[in-house]
Design a protein. Structure first.
Ligand SMILES: [Zn+2]
Length: 306
């Protein structure tokens, strides 16, 4: 996280048309649900503009939107969030809008959080969870999907994860590549279950040489052979199941299922306090500092600037 960039953009409002910093505050526009919106004027090209804080052209207040996202990841269904809003806000939002907010902002924030490097411990555990998804509500077809994820045992940070249609070589390598990018220089042990695909994928991603030299170790724990369980990832899966059971399975396309799960890992890493470490995993794993109580809002604003 670069705080210098942050400060610079806070002071100078750059013209989106000619990129000039020579801008001044202009009029304020009154909106129905988002209050007053500051307009700026560029003294070089004479155009006026508003700053996109991540909520540009949204019809609802950022507070309401982030509240909806937060409730959703705390286990409240989109229909219940909608009913709650109906009682407290004059403008009604459908449960579909709440779903759209979740997908939109999970994608936006994960574009930023995916780039963060992790000061991880030595061991990362990787595993898969099976999910069912009704691909098209008109058809009876249920697709059997996989969520492949990984956790750093020391900071409990969910390092890399993705929702896939299968769990083959390609998919496992994609997740391992994320793990390598984020934890390189720290990680020395990759722990997996007995799934054979891991062995080759780890060699491929982390390098045959590094495994041969013992710089990276593949720790295979085969539960069916009575070798125990991978505690940290099993606990993570319990938390994920607890939260995702209210979704009653996924509906629609694979991309939105993936976005929902991206949002979950943001919730897990940055929003909710982890019971064992008594803080959020990001506080141990990254240099990022979040200062406000509404961390969804803060993360959206940071993502927009970076
Ligand atoms: Zn300009």
């Amino acid at each position: 996280m670069n705080n210098n960039i942050d400060k610079k953009q806070e002071v100078k409002n750059i013209c989106p048309i000619c990129k000039s910093e020579n801008t001044i505050k202009w009029t304020k526009r009154k909106t129905q649900n988002r209050g007053l919106i500051q307009r700026y004027k560029c003294k070089d090209c004479n155009k006026t503009f508003v700053i996109d804080d991540g909520f540009f052209r949204m019809r609802n207040h950022p507070k309401k939107i982030t509240c909806g996202i937060d409730l959703f990841y705390r286990g409240v269904s989109t229909r219940k969030v909608q009913e709650h809003f109906k009682a407290f806000y004059p403008q009604n939002s459908s449960h579909k809008s709440i779903y759209k907010w979740v997908v939109k902002y999970a994608d936006m924030v994960s574009n930023f959080t995916d780039k963060l490097k992790i000061n991880s411990g030595k061991e990362i555990q990787v595993d898969e969870m099976e999910y069912h998804r009704r691909a098209n509500t008109n058809k009876k077809g249920v697709s059997k999907d996989w969520f492949i994820d990984s956790i750093d045992c020391q900071t409990r940070f969910m390092v890399g994860s993705k929702y896939f249609k299968s769990r083959g070589k390609k998919e496992i390598r994609e997740v391992l590549t994320k793990v390598k990018y984020k934890t390189e220089g720290y990680v020395t042990t990759i722990t997996t279950d007995g799934l054979l695909t891991y062995e080759n994928s780890i060699k491929k991603v982390f390098g045959y040489y590094n495994l041969k030299k013992g710089l990276i170790k593949h720790n295979r724990v085969n539960a069916s052979k009575g070798e125990g369980f991978n505690l940290y990832i099993e606990r993570l899966h319990n938390s994920i199941r607890e939260r995702t059971k209210t979704f009653r399975g996924f509906h629609g396309c694979i991309e939105s299922a993936d976005s929902i799960m991206k949002g979950y890992s943001i919730f897990y890493n940055f929003i909710r306090k982890h019971q064992s470490i008594k803080c959020c995993p990001y506080e141990l794993a990254t240099d990022l500092k979040l200062n406000s109580e509404n961390k969804w809002l803060e993360l959206i604003q940071i993502s927009k600037k970076n």
